[in-house]
Design a protein around this ligand. Sequence first.
Ligand SMILES: C[S@@+](CC[C@H](N)C(=O)[O-])C[C@H]1O[C@@H](n2cnc3c(N)ncnc32)[C@H](O)[C@@H]1O
Length: 277
Amino acid sequence: MLARGCTGNLWGGTVPDGVYFGDCLDVMSKLPSDSVDLIVTSPPYADARKHTYGGVPPSEYVEWFCERAEQMFRILKPTGSFVLNIKEKAQDGERHTYVLDLILALKRNVGFRWVEEYIWHKTTAAPGKWKYRFRDSWERLLHFSKTPDVKMNQDAVKVPIGDWTTKRLANMSKNDRSRQESATNSKVGRCIANWDGKSTVYPTNVLHKSPVAHNTGHSAAFPEWLPEFFIKLFTDPDDVVLDPFLGSGTTYRVAARLGRKPMGIEMDSDAPLRLEA
Ligand SMILES: C[S@@+](CC[C@H](N)C(=O)[O-])C[C@H]1O[C@@H](n2cnc3c(N)ncnc32)[C@H](O)[C@@H]1O
């Protein structure tokens, strides 16, 4: 196993630091159990990019991924999180089901809890036209955990409340000042006054963000906001962050910048790594 660009043991602990080259299955099987705080990654989407960095046929994808996911489950701490960025491709005019099958297999066969599905709405979708579909402008960001007791720093990812509140909160009615139940009896209530005086609020599970990644040289690099959002949300400084499909090293670079202990695994020893901010 060759480590390139970063060697030695940065934190002298139980988890090796740095970047490791090889199949993540082999590298992860050498890591200790319950040792990683966050795994955030984007694996090959089956064989969607087989001409650049290879891939796995959709029919074999779930089995291939679950073998690696068993190691992810083992090395994740009980309070840890696993965030999987993935999207199914369309084949023969319909969406393939390998991502849906994978979610079920990760739950039923590997033992992960499927905590949440964040939607990444790509605000700058590429132009194009297809016979039966429109332009694809979203991907899945699937959040899994090992136990119900997940570390989650919700305040770390608050977003600006938005200009609309200035006008709305300046003209509050009597009803706005107490909790109002939905007129449709849906049991969904709200109290507008709860937003008064706030400049930031919790985000929703739809992340409206650009797909643009700068200066990477990799065909499928993360934009930096993506690992950054989940690293801030699910880890503290000095926690261990692993990307087992490292590509150009975006997760590693962001984790290091945020004072976490970064670790990455990449099969292609010629991958265009950029590990420093
Ligand atoms: C979608 S890209 C990841 C890009 C990355 N998020 C970035 O920001 O650059 C997937 C990467 O996984 C690597 N890969 C594929 N199979 C692998 C395996 N079994 N173990 C480790 N890396 C693998 C590919 O070479 C590719 O660079």
